[in-house]
Design a protein around this ligand. Structure first.
Ligand SMILES: [Zn+2]
Length: 420
């Protein structure tokens, strides 16, 4: 069994406690010992990593990933990629996430039915490198909903699968369960990107949401929802949806209902895509003026206020930002932690916990993932500097000196040590 000893590191264990100096020993794929300085655990045959005061923290966890999104400028482009090429690009994206320090990804939908499933299996079997991955279905959407970009006079594929009525939703959900998904994804509200179904509109109905949730419950799977409008969030909570994405346009009643179910549901506002669409998408034809006309500035403002309120109420608000678009590319996901500090007023500690400890929980592995504790899985980052001083360090791959995933270095420290 391989063994690694991280000496002289500043341990940010992501339990919520302040960092402390010490050593961490890894045996196989587990953290075997966490020892505060000046003691040093026995380390016979261990690979020695001299940390020189660098920060050792859990690997980052993305709660709204789309590893099948290939940095496209328009989502309809995803439909044009043949499945074979699409699989290879997805595997490349998994490597890019590891490079960026993300060791787990909770998928918020695949762009084709089996891409997430095949990727997860290949990673789990050790055939390809990548983060721990939970596999999602494509977005199930109603005709005219987000992701239905078909033309009346011709057939064309897109990133979503169109279902109408509870029977069609149920049939597709069951097929995806058969293929091996972990999560069923539904588009309950509209979106700024779907002109016929704006963000404040609720386009799925109770029977359709209930059909998908019933299939998930019957097979022990989870449901994640694209839900921007207050009404769509209420509908999700009523039928037992597990993960609520966006939740940007809440009213007081929807905030109350989320708080009442805070021990069961997870929320991820997905700020990154709104922020970059508003401020950085002009080279792709989306000027600030166009973005404002689509209501994105308004939605971002509302989303910020709602997330501040939910955080105060103890609702679990996680990072994840729809990375995978040209102006919001895969691998820049750690910007989301900065957005939580800058936009939501999270403390750096709370923002980092939203990317680690809470990430372990959304992965369904909270008792063994997302913190540095004895017995936890050895998904670790060695970071040059103090992310609590400046969370933006985590956006600089050069500052992430080592990435360990499941006890094995994806990126090993140079010469077994960290330069200062
Ligand atoms: Zn998304």
């Amino acid at each position: 069994m391989s063994s690694t000893l991280f000496r002289n590191v500043r341990i940010l264990d992501c339990t919520g406690a302040p960092p402390f100096a010490g050593c961490v020993r890894v045996e196989g794929n587990r953290i075997a010992a966490v020892v505060p300085a000046p003691a040093v655990p026995a380390a016979a045959d261990a690979m020695d990593v001299e940390g020189r005061g660098a920060t050792l923290m859990p690997g980052l966890i993305e709660a709204h990933s789309h590893l099948t999104f290939t940095d496209v400028a328009q989502s309809v482009e995803l439909g044009f990629i043949p499945p074979e090429e699409h699989m290879l690009k997805t595997a490349q994206n998994a490597r890019r996430m590891l490079d960026a320090g993300f060791t787990s990804c909770f998928s918020a939908a695949a762009a084709k039915p089996r891409l997430d499933i095949v990727l997860r299996n290949a990673i789990d079997q050790g055939d390809f490198p990548g983060p721990r991955t939970l596999a999602a279905s494509p977005e199930m959407t109603v005709a005219a909903g987000l992701g239905d970009a078909r033309l009346y006079h011709m057939y064309r594929e897109n990133f979503a699968v169109v279902c109408n009525g509870p029977e069609e939703f149920r049939r597709f959900a069951r097929k995806m369960v058969r293929e091996g998904i972990d999560t069923l994804k539904i588009n309950v509200s509209g979106d700024a990107g779907s002109p016929a179904s704006p963000a404040d509109k609720t386009v799925m109905n109770d029977a359709e949401v209930d059909a998908v949730c019933s299939v998930a419950r019957a097979h022990g799977k989870r449901v994640a929802a694209h839900a921007r409008s207050a009404e769509s969030v209420r509908m999700c909570l009523c039928h037992g949806v597990d993960v609520i994405y966006h939740a940007t346009l809440l009213d007081e009643d929807a905030r109350d209902q989320l708080e009442a179910q805070r021990d069961r549901v997870f929320v991820a506002p997905v700020l990154g895509h709104l922020y970059t669409t508003l401020n950085e998408a002009a080279p792709w034809g989306i000027t600030r003026e166009i973005a404002e006309q689509r209501g994105i500035a308004h939605e971002l403002g509302q989303g910020i206020e709602n997330m501040k309120a939910l955080h105060k109420r103890g609702v679990r608000v996680l990072i994840g930002g729809d990375y995978g678009f040209a102006w919001n590319p895969i691998g820049t996901d750690a910007r989301e932690i900065g957005h939580f500090v800058d936009m939501l007023g999270f403390s750096p500690m709370d923002a980092i916990l939203a990317a680690t400890r809470l990430g372990g929980q959304i992965m369904g592995m909270g008792e063994r993932l997302g913190q540095i504790l004895p017995g936890y899985l050895a998904d670790l980052l060695l970071v040059d500097g103090d992310p609590l001083e400046d969370v933006a360090i985590l956006q600089q791959p050069g500052r992430i000196r080592a990435v360990m995933r499941d006890g094995t270095f994806w990126k090993a420290p140079v010469n077994g040590s960290v330069e200062t």
